[in-house]
Design a protein around this ligand. Sequence first.
Ligand code: SF4
Length: 301
Amino acid sequence: MSHLFGPVPSRRLGRSLGLDITPYKTCTFDCVYCQLGRTTNKTVQRREYIAKDSILCELRDFLPEAEADIDYITFAGSGEPTLHSGIGEMINAIKTMTDIPVVVITNGSLLFREDVRDDLSNADVVLPSLDAATTSAFRAVNQPHESLSADLIIEGLRMFREVFRGEFWLEIMFVRGVNDGTDEITALSDAISLIDPDRVQLNTVVRPPCEDVMPVDEDEMVRIREEFGGNFDVEIIAEKRIEVCADILPLLERRPLTMDQIAGSLGIHRNAAAKYLRELIEQGAVVETVHGDKRYFGVKI
Ligand code: SF4
């Protein structure tokens, strides 16, 4: 199975080649807005979930032909990448292969650990999220592993920021009625002052999430940005809601495509594409065919 995906166009990173280094939904959280579905392995245990040599080998084979089309190599994917105990060694190995900057997208939940902070220290960009700063909102939005608390995570982010020399952008995902209240914004504002990221990026649910949760509307996002009071470099990065299922069908009307081609065209992760395709197959709108050693998806005629 491939542990690379893309390069896919990314809202924040241009053309990003993804490295998926954990098994599907192995995560410290079970966020209500997660586009990949429910967490099947909620854990804080770090280990080599997937052999790092096989991931690096795949990357080494892939890079020579694709290097010119890649802006960033990004650890992200089906779960929380800092759960992989070999992430630090992988970052260092990539640095010997290419000059393409290395990014880690993380939920930030393990940065209170010194080994995790050390592991990420050679990345060029770290994009952690922090969706809540109070215990109640943290539990409601992230449904974390029982050993984690908002205070512990904020302290981990602060400690990492203090020593990390690369770019550090904090993302906050807002869910209507869950973490968008005035008290929560005040608590988040205090936490951000403490952490001191280079940028704060405000986002909201844009793709069909696994739970029945609603996005914060545009006016509300602007209000939230104003509530932060201009103290930080804050931008709204929420895109218009993508009706992914509706976007897939016109693509497939032109010709059948593989899962990776669909994910690449829509700029979404392969696992998210798989989820939407399953829905469309169940609805009878899409059929799967095998040609050679590849699986193709096309519209049902
Ligand atoms: S959104 Fe990220 S952190 Fe949250 S459950 Fe999904 S994979 Fe884990």
